[in-house]
Design a protein around this ligand. Structure first.
Ligand SMILES: *Cc1c(COP(=O)(O)O)cnc(C)c1O
Length: 352
C-alpha cells in the first residue's frame, strides 16, 4: 500500500458506461468486457463482480489474470487473449479458461479438453493466424478434435477513429474467413471504437475495454460516457513563497508574486507523469490551482496564490465529474489507456 493518495472508483458508473456502449453499438450482441491490466487500473475483481450479472463473458490478457477472477468466484466464461505456451498449457482446463489459438503450432501442445477461440490476423499485425492460412487452420481444427473450439475472432487496428477504410477492409477479410468455420462459434471483432463508431461489427459479442471505464479511445468523444475513477490526496505541507523564488528541480518555475505553495505527496512513481509538469490543474476546495515546477518522484507542488490552505486539506488530482484523464493523456502525448495503466497498483482503491 502507498497511502499518500486514494483512487475512488464508482462501480455504478461502470455499469452506466456499459449501457451507453450497448446502446450505441445498436445490437443485441452479448458483451465481453475487457478487464485486462487489472481492469485498466480499476481493479479486475471488483469490476467483474459489478458487471457479471449484466454481461456474457470476460476477457483478460494473461492466464494469471483469468485465475485471479476464478479465485474470486467469477464463473462467467473467460477468454484469455495471450499466446499459450508449454508452461501455461495445462492451466486453461484447470481453471476453466478459454485459450486463444493465434498460431497453428498452438494446436500441438494444448491438452485435450481445452476450450479455445481462433484468432485471425486481418490487419492488426500483432497476434492471430495469418489470413492466408485458413485452409490449414480448418484442417488443424478437424484434426485436433479433442480440443473444443467455441469462438473465432479478430482485432481492429484503426477503429479508435470513425470512418477508417482499414476497419472496413478488416471486416471484409474477417467475414470471408468466418464462413469457413462452423456456425455455432461465438464470433467477435469489435473493441470500443469498433462497436461504437462502425456498423455491422458486433456479430455475437462485443469486446469493449476503455469505454466501460468512461473514456473514448481517441479524440472523437463518445457522448454519454463518464469516468468512473477519481484520484485524491492531501496537502502535506504549505509554504509561503516570495515573488521570484523557485520551486522544484531545475528551479524552472518562479513565483510571479508572493503567495503560498502546497506540497502534494504524489509524483511520477504514482503515475503522475513528469511530462505533465506545469501543465495540469489541481482541485482544492472547489477551486483550481496550477501545478508548478517539475513533478518529482514522490511529490508535486501547487501554487495556491493568496489562498493559505492548511496542511491536511484534500486535493483532487483526477475528478470523475470532468474528463481530466483524457486531457492529461493529450498533454502527455499519449492515450488514456497508458495513463490509466500507469497508476501505481499500490495506491489504495476505494469503491462506491
Ligand atoms: C484491449 C483489447 C480490447 C479492448 O479494446 P478497447 O479499445 O479498450 O475497447 C479488445 N480486444 C482485444 C483483442 C484487446 O487486446
Amino acid at each position: 500500500m502507498k497511502r499518500d493518495s486514494v483512487i475512488t472508483i464508482d462501480l455504478s458508473t461502470i455499469r452506466h458506461n456499459l449501457k451507453v456502449i450497448r446502446k450505441l453499438a445498436g445490437s443485441d450482441a452479448g458483451v465481453m468486457p475487457v478487464v485486462k491490466a487489472n481492469a485498466y487500473g480499476h481493479g479486475s475483481v471488483k469490476v467483474a463482480e459489478a458487471l457479471q450479472n449484466e454481461v456474457d463473458w470476460f476477457a483478460v490478457n494473461s492466464v494469471d489474470e483469468g485465475i485471479e477472477l476464478r479465485d474470486h468466484g467469477i464463473d462467467l466464461p473467460i477468454l484469455v487473449f495471450c499466446v499459450p505456451n508449454s508452461e501455461t498449457a495445462n492451466l486453461y482446463t484447470n481453471f476453466n479458461l478459454t485459450a486463444t489459438i493465434s498460431e497453428l503450432s498452438h494446436f500441438g501442445f494444448l491438452p485435450a479438453g481445452t476450450e479455445y477461440h481462433l484468432n485471425f490476423d486481418t490487419g492488426m499485425g500483432r497476434l492471430g493466424i495469418q489470413g492466408d492460412r485458413v485452409d490449414e487452420a480448418v484442417l488443424e481444427m478437424e484434426k485436433h478434435s479433442a480440443l473444443i473450439c467455441t469462438g473465432i475472432y479478430s482485432h481492429f487496428a484503426t477503429s479508435d477513429v470513425p470512418g477508417s477504410e482499414m476497419v472496413e477492409a478488416q471486416l471484409k477479410r474477417f467475414k470471408k474467413i468466418r464462413i469457413r468455420f462452423p456456425d455455432h462459434l461465438f464470433t467477435h471483432i469489435a473493441n470500443t471504437g469498433g462497436a461504437v463508431f462502425y456498423k455491422n461489427t458486433t456479430f455475437d459479442l462485443i469486446r469493449p475495454g476503455i469505454g466501460i471505464y468512461g473514456y473514448s479511445p481517441a479524440e472523437n468523444v463518445i457522448q454519454g460516457l463518464k469516468p468512473a475513477l477519481s484520484w485524491s490526496s492531501k496537502l502535506v505541507q504549505v509554504n509561503p513563497i516570495r515573488k521570484g523564488d523557485s520551486v522544484s528541480y531545475g528551479a524552472h518555475w518562479e513565483a510571479p508574486r508572493d503567495g503560498f505553495v502546497g506540497v502534494i505527496p504524489v509524483g511520477y512513481e504514482d503515475g503522475l507523469k513528469r511530462v505533465l509538469s506545469g501543465k495540469i490543474r489541481i482541485g482544492i476546495g472547489g477551486k483550481e490551482y496550477r501545478q508548478v515546477g517539475n513533478i518529482t518522484m514522490n511529490y508535486c507542488m501547487v501554487f495556491l496564490d493568496q489562498d493559505r490552505h492548511d496542511a491536511g486539506t484534500g486535493v483532487e488530482l483526477l475528478s470523475s465529474s470532468k474528463n481530466d484523464l483524457s486531457n492529461w493523456a493529450e498533454l502527455a502525448g499519449t492515450i488514456p489507456y497508458e495513463i490509466l495503466t500507469s497508476l501505481l497498483p499500490k495506491i489504495p482503491r476505494v469503491y462506491e
